[in-house]
Design a protein around this ligand. Structure first.
Ligand SMILES: *Cc1c(COP(=O)(O)O)cnc(C)c1O
Length: 444
């Protein structure tokens, strides 16, 4: 049975996980959100390193020493966040040459980097081969052929894994990326033929299999079923080619919205450990790869109230931040538009004195974080925090829209609070633009 949380429980959990006390002002451990906002300015992403570490420790306890953990950098590609995980023996799951660069800068060893993505460009592949990363996770036959062409000019034998698009069943995820016709992965029916081809042609080394069925998965039974199917497939293939690694993906859900359940981490971990024991292959390596689950609850997006106004019968708060910094919190990419957990930095509690519509700084009605939101009485200049913003925040946002500067990012760790991304400047609005004079001679 999957138990659903109420909105208040979800708020309380996130408040605690980021290092605050319910009913008091918003803090990240020893740093109050107000102090961080004063010191680093707003809008600001603030992350608590201790929360990220706690998440990682929970995952490794549940899954045991046999399962390697990879951090999916796209959830939060800040180098300093990557360093937290690298120092805890985690590998990196990347999806572009840029993310390989970030992973290397964060100190991940080349061999611990694994590269997925259905649209790897020549540039990405060349960069991956030059850096001799741990494995390229291929998603089509054509991608394999391209890698072969590129590898012919080097003395390096690329290490490949195959991303499997399984035959069917449920991913258990809010956003599914497998089990039917998809741009991701290679259909299960074609895996055997491709595996034999790779081993016959002998240009690349086939190392193992991978599955990633979707994100925001709350159903550990569905997740374990996919893992079991991948193990089954591996053992079928092993009659023809050795399968040395299995990557079971991740996508574990984080409760953000009213009614979201908790992902049952312990049952997922125990279930996988039992399968691995049954598999009985001590030489095989097993991985899971997580983004959101490791960082979502470690971050908050802070912005200040610029204006308070009443329109018709409603109170509006207009913030100095908006959807250009945090598209996900404005419902972009979601099937249903629902508000993230939002609190006043003065008092994160259920003490309510007004209902407001919370809008961002942009000139579009899409830039709205909540309507009918209950908050303690707020004034202009007060800081508002959007919880659950450590994953898919800035990285998922349409930062160029309306040419506002990008937000700063700060990482809190015990006594320490330091800037990990500089705030953008007004001049950035021109960055990269080439000023054409076609048909406009005389204008400078
Ligand atoms: C995005 C992604 C992940 C991480 O997903 P989360 O839902 O953030 O855990 C893992 N693996 C692959 C292949 C991905 O594309």
């Amino acid at each position: 049975m999957i138990l659903e949380n109420s909105k208040i429980e979800i708020h309380k959990n996130l408040i605690r996980q980021i290092g605050s006390v319910w009913g008091e002002g918003l803090t990240l451990g020893r740093h109050s959100a107000d102090d961080l906002a004063n010191r680093f300015g707003t809008p600001l992403y603030a992350f608590n390193a201790e929360s990220a570490r706690t998440n990682l420790v929970r995952v490794s306890k549940s899954f045991g020493d046999n399962v390697g953990i990879l951090y999916a950098l796209k959830a939060n590609p800040n180098v300093s966040i990557g360093r937290i995980f690298r120092s805890l023996n985690v590998g990196a799951e990347v999806a572009s040459a840029g993310e390989i660069l970030i992973a290397l800068k964060a100190g991940f060893s080349r061999s611990s980097i694994r590269f997925s993505g259905p649209g790897k460009r020549n540039e990405d592949l060349i960069f991956a081969l030059e850096n001799r990363i741990g494995a390229i996770n291929i998603e089509s036959e054509r991608e394999y052929e391209k890698i072969c062409e590129l590898a012919r000019f080097s003395d390096y034998k690329p290490v490949l894994t195959l991303r499997v698009n399984p035959k069917g069943g449920s991913s258990g995820s809010r956003m599914s990326m497998a089990g039917k016709s998809k741009k991701f992965g290679i259909d299960q029916d074609r895996i055997l033929e491709l595996a034999r081809r790779i081993s016959t042609e002998n240009v690349c080394e086939l190392e193992g299999l991978h599955i990633y069925a979707g994100t925001q998965c709350f159903d550990h039974f569905a997740w374990l079923k996919n893992a079991r199917d991948l193990l089954g497939l591996a053992n079928e293939l092993e009659r023809f080619v050795p399968i040395r690694t299995l990557n079971f993906g991740g996508g574990f859900g984080v409760a953000l919205f009213d009614g979201d359940p908790e992902f049952d981490l312990d049952s997922a971990g125990k279930g996988l450990q039992a399968m691995i024991a049954e598999d009985g292959k001590p030489e095989r390596k097993y991985f899971i790869e997580l983004g959101r689950y490791l960082v979502a609850n470690s971050g908050v997006y802070l912005s200040r109230i610029l204006y308070k106004k009443k329109s018709f019968d409603r109170n509006h708060l207009i913030l100095d931040g908006g959807m250009h910094h945090h598209s996900a919190a404005a419902g972009i990419g979601a099937i249903l538009r629902r508000p993230f957990p939002i609190v006043s930095a003065k008092a994160c509690s259920s003490l309510v004195s007004e209902e407001v519509t919370l809008g961002g700084v942009l000139c579009t009605p899409a830039d709205e974080f909540a309507s009918g939101l209950s908050l303690p009485e707020c004034e202009e200049g007060d800081v508002i925090g959007i919880l659950g913003s450590g994953a898919y925040g800035l990285t998922f946002s349409n930062i160029l829209f309306l040419s506002h500067p990008s937000p700063a990012e700060v990482l809190v760790d015990g006594e320490d609070a330091r800037l990990i991304r500089e705030r953008g400047k007004i001049e950035d609005a021109l960055s990269g633009q080439v000023f054409s004079v076609l048909g406009q001679e005389g204008i400078s």
